[in-house]
Design a protein around this ligand. Structure first.
Ligand code: SS9
Ligand code: ZN
Length: 657
């Protein structure tokens, strides 16, 4: 099983800087790399990564994207004096040169390609290249916006050529539009380019009409270029997550990339002088985590922008920790996106409707700019940046506790098997009403669950799995355990995949959020905290689970922000096992990874797959037409009904009286 996170950095890339007075370029300083690398060391993350050396890119590699003339011209900067460098720079926009920048640009590109090699040859699972100069603004024959060679664009061209890849996803979460990258792949359906960027209706740099949502790609590439403009500053975690849930993730799963490249600019984080946005560093752990279930975890993050040294270094640490499989921190106060963000989301979904199955059957209309949602006018955010990052992060619990009822399977040694006889009897707690048929089963059930729960709450393991004779009884047992033994747990999310009516009447006090996916229309009252999701069956297969996951379950779960997640799944549910594994993986972004999987009548193979998901191992991509029309309608109606209570579900600007 492929594991390990590559960290590629060389201090040679700090050896160039601005040599004259040029204000717009003064923020691109060498300390961006050195301060970030030191923070990685302070947090003990360097030693946990696999260090991969940089190399110089070859001319052939540079020429994959750039013209010979451009390359020759850049070469000449090595022997220039400051005046000549200044004159040379004046032919381009917002970029400076230095006698050593050509060398560093070759190292930045070489580092990027080293990362692609390490991931594609399975030396590591994922990784990050800390490089400068950045790349996403540079074009065929032009340097631009601090960029010389387009590192990520060349990485995509290189990966296609060297590894014969047919589908590559580029996620550009830098706050500037990577117009350079867009130009390279505008008519290329094998590279899905996604970018969000500060735009302010073309008022913000690079002030291009083609950076707006209406640029969707050309010819065969139509639909494979996705621009999400931020027309206000001050965007927050909720705005970023909403774009992932309602645009990027459904598209990415439908596209099913073989490799994910992240143009990881962190000028989109709080306190950055360029972005003036409010998303916290912890948010980037979640953005990273949400992408890690694609392409069997093959992800290469390449540094682009990020100009506030404190914010940048913490964002990078959160990204690396997510790559390493560490629990991702709680995000607080997730709620409805602001109206300006909603308008952008609505417009992007409308203009891409004809290109993507998950959108095709929806009634979406364009909404033109008339929102003056002044909530975003404030320069800086009201919420403090959580800079109380631990100096030296203790190694997180990585083990998974597995308590199986009578099942005999080979467990990876990273698992903690709990055999029932060893559980001390005083750990047994009394059911309020144990209606589990058969004393033996109930005793076993109690022991089973109690021991796994204890291990999770004692932080001895991060998550757990229990095979149970009856899902509903097990859920009740877990809930009664939490109310009696675990007062640190105040909000529990239960995701139940099954057709039985949930027995107890649910108090709507918010301590429990039950989301029930069922193939039959469940009667009984639906409430804010009891969300039945009807999923139609086609033959023996349940369709629309992934769509429900992105459009409903994950957004509501993030807004609910549980302390524990419980999934109750049955093998016979007719849901594609690969989809259940995706669900198990993605839900680990909640509750700092405290997840308990209850499985009824488990097949051994499904148990093994679930254990892999719980261990954070790469999981197989979902391939067969993940999103079906009819099922989408059902989920869509549910989403419409719930969005008033769960604002994160909104995807359109709602008329305000
Ligand atoms: N404040 C507007 C001037 C922007 N100048 C270029 C920024 C390049 C960012 C690269 S990520
Ligand atoms: Zn940027």
């Amino acid at each position: 099983m492929v594991s390990g996170t590559a960290l590629i950095y060389d201090e040679e890339m700090t050896r160039y800087r601005l040599l004259w007075d040029y204000p717009v370029c003064s923020i691109e300083v060498p300390e961006r790399l050195s301060v970030s690398y030191s923070e990685l060391q302070i947090q003990g993350l360097v030693e946990r990564c696999i260090s991969v050396p940089v190399r110089e890119a070859t001319e052939e590699e540079i020429l994959l994207a750039h013209s010979q003339d451009f390359l020759e011209a850049i070469k000449t900067t090595q022997n220039m004096d400051v005046e000549q460098l200044k004159a040379f720079a004046s032919q381009f926009q917002d970029v400076y040169f230095h006698q050593n920048i050509y060398h560093c640009a070759k190292l930045a590109l070489g580092a990027t390609l080293q990362l692609v090699d390490a991931v594609m040859t399975k030396k590591v699972r994922n990784g990050i290249a800390l490089v400068r100069p950045p790349g996403h603004h540079s074009q065929h024959s032009a340097a631009n916006g601090f960029c010389i060679f387009n590192n990520v664009a060349i990485a995509a061209l290189y990966a296609k050529k060297m590894f014969d890849l047919k589908r590559i996803l580029i996620v550009d979460w830098d706050i500037h539009h990577g117009q350079g990258t867009q130009y390279f792949f505008e008519d290329d359906p094998s590279v899905l380019y996604f970018s969000w960027h500060r735009y302010e209706n073309q008022e913000f740099w690079p002030n291009l009409p083609e950076s707006d949502y209406s640029t969707v790609g050309k010819g065969k590439g139509a639909g494979f270029n996705v621009n999400v403009p931020w027309n206000k500053i001050g965007m927050q975690n909720s705005d970023y997550l909403s774009v992932f849930f309602h645009i990027l993730l459904p598209m990415a799963y439908e596209f099913n990339p073989e490799l994910v490249l992240i143009s990881a600019g962190f000028d989109s984080a709080i306190n950055d002088p360029e972005g003036k946005m409010c998303a916290t560093p912890a948010c980037f752990a979640h953005l990273t985590h949400l992408l890690m279930s694609l392409a069997e975890g093959k992800i290469c993050a390449v540094l682009e922008g990020g100009y506030d040294l404190h914010s940048l270094s913490h964002c990078i640490c959160h990204t690396v920790k997510a790559f390493l499989g560490d629990p991702v921190p709680h995000l607080l106060n997730i709620s409805s996106p602001c109206d300006s963000a909603l308008e952008s989301i609505q417009n992007v979904r409308a203009v891409h409707q004809q290109h993507w199955a998950f959108l095709r059957s929806l009634p979406i209309s364009m909404k033109h700019q008339n929102v003056n949602d002044d909530k975003k006018l404030e320069q800086f955010c009201n919420e403090e940046i959580h800079t109380s990052s631990p100096n030296y992060c203790p190694l997180p619990p990585k083990r998974t506790a597995v308590a199986l009822l009578g099942e005999k399977i080979e467990l990876p040694d990273r698992c903690l098997k709990i055999n029932l006889d060893s559980v001390p009897s005083d750990e047994i707690w009394s059911f309020k009403d144990s209606t589990v048929e058969g004393q033996k089963d109930s005793l076993h059930l109690q022991k089973n669950l109690c021991s796994v729960m204890m291990k999770i709450f004692q932080k001895e393991v991060q998550n757990g799995l229990a095979a149970v004779p009856c899902l509903l009884e097990a859920i009740k047992a877990v809930l009664s355990f939490c109310t009696t033994c675990a007062n640190s747990v105040s909000r529990i999310l239960v995701l139940y995949l099954g057709d039985k009516d949930y027995p107890v009447s649910l108090e709507d006090d918010g301590n429990l959020l039950l989301i029930q996916m069922s193939t039959k229309k469940l009667k009984g009252r639906e409430s804010k905290y009891h969300i039945p999701i009807f999923l139609p069956k086609e033959g023996n297969n349940v369709k629309g689970v992934l769509h429900a996951l992105f459009s409903l379950i994950l957004p509501v779960a993030y807004m609910y922000n549980p302390d524990l997640v419980v999934t109750a799944l049955s093998c016979q549910s007719g849901v594609d096992k690969k989809i259940l594994n995706q669900l198990t993986s993605l839900l680990q972004g909640l509750a700092e990874g405290q997840l308990l999987c209850l499985i009824h009548d488990p097949e051994v193979s499904f148990l093994e797959d679930t254990i892999c998901s719980l261990l954070g191992d790469p999981i197989l991509p979902v391939t067969d037409g993940v999103l079906q029309g009819e099922a989408i309608q059902e989920v869509e109606q549910q989403r419409q009904r719930l969005q008033e209570q769960w604002g994160i579900l909104k995807t359109q600007v709602t008329r305000t009286e």
